[in-house]
Design a binder for this molecule. Structure first.
Ligand code: ADE
Ligand code: ZN
Length: 350
């Protein structure tokens, strides 16, 4: 959802530069990249019918959600539900490839949440093969690196989350580097998933968690203390807790801010101006900018940055620093992070 504004010539120049800069994105869901075209094609191919969806434009209208719970209903019961065999996931790989090319994203850590797919009868091993081969193809054809974080999900209970972790461990892939905790933050407190995350860490996986998107600061503390989350997805309710903001800044725990997503789910900000992102940045927290679910929220990474500029939240210089944060908050080796930042610097006129 790009804020519709006539750009000044200086802003147009900056947009051109943003497009040209190689970028990373670290909070993005593969299923949230499904184009309307993909879901419509799968609905027809797989003979699926959903209430009040009789055309592509009905489907697009369904994406106009105003709470996290409504969003998750759409995400699980329409988007994820439309995949009835493993090869359907190829459509997502293609949508992801197009999105990365459009935004000049050269490295991404992408969530994939298998719970609903497994419920629908898809085989995890085959899913892993498709994700791994998809990543290899995109690397070979476009030199874009993709790593996956498997969202074990808080929406289907603890046993299911542990089962997802065990599947990850039983099907190792170079493309899968860790786990995440998405889904209903209200329905699945972080604390309950401590054992799952402890086991993941002991097996050398990276761990991240959505927290403070729909629930207050305690959810963020719990993700740090019980899950040992290396990054916090959203984290916006930290604005209510001075100590937490100080802690996040001191420990430099990156927060994956998804501004447009937060305006859709409406819990802690209804406009960009009231979004806590600037306060976080000013307090020296490790702010990164992401899109979460680009198709549902009709936004891409370049637009997220442009909105922050045109709404006077950040200056151009600050946006470049946030792009740098997005590189150094990845799970890449330090040498590769430095290499990417060097590539970015080479494109910035001085
Ligand atoms: N899955 C996809 N997007 C999500 C979000 N914003 N919060 C929780 N789970 C999600
Ligand atoms: Zn998310």
């Amino acid at each position: 959802m790009e804020v519709k504004k006539v750009l000044t010539s200086e802003q147009k120049e900056f947009k051109k530069l943003l497009l040209k800069l190689p970028k990373t994105e670290i909070h993005l869901h593969l299923e949230g990249l499904a184009s309307v075209e993909t879901i419509w094609t799968l609905m027809k191919k797989n003979n699926l019918q959903y209430k009040n969806i009789n055309s592509k434009s009905d489907l697009k209208k369904k994406f106009e959600i105003t709470s996290l719970e409504d969003f998750l209903d759409l995400f699980i019961n329409i988007i994820q539900n439309s995949f009835i065999n493993e090869n359907d996931i190829e459509y997502l790989i293609d949508d992801a490839k197009n999105y990365f090319l459009e935004n000049n994203i050269i490295y991404s850590e992408l969530f994939f949440a298998p719970s609903k797919f497994i419920q629908s009868g898809l085989d995890f091993k085959k899913i892993v093969n498709i994700l791994t081969q998809g990543a290899e193809r995109i690397k070979k054809d476009h030199n874009i690196d993709i790593k996956f974080l498997i969202d074990v999900s808080r929406s289907f209970g603890i046993e299911n989350a542990m089962k997802n972790l065990d599947l990850v461990l039983a099907n190792p892939s170079k493309a899968i580097i860790g786990i995440g905790l998405g889904g209903s933050e209200k329905g699945g407190p972080a604390k309950e998933f401590a054992k799952v995350f402890e086991k993941a860490v002991s097996k050398g996986l990276h761990v991240v968690a959505h927290a403070g998107e729909d629930v207050g600061p305690q959810s963020i503390w719990d993700s740090i203390n019980y899950l040992k989350a290396e990054r916090i997805g959203h984290g916006i309710s930290a604005i209510q807790d001075e100590k937490l903001m100080t802690y996040l800044a001191e420990k430099q725990i990156p927060i994956e801010i998804c501004p447009t997503s937060n305006l859709f789910t409406r819990k802690y900000a209804k406009t960009l101006k009231e979004h806590p992102v600037k306060v976080f940045f000013t307090r020296n927290m490790d702010v990164t900018i992401n899109t979460d679910d680009p198709t549902v929220f009709s936004v891409n990474l370049v637009e997220e940055y442009m909105n922050l500029l045109t709404e006077n939240i950040f200056t151009k210089k600050e946006i470049l620093l946030i792009i740098k944060n997005g590189v150094f908050a990845t799970f890449l080796p330090v040498a590769r992070k430095k290499e990417i930042w060097k590539m970015i610097l080479a494109e910035i006129p001085r």
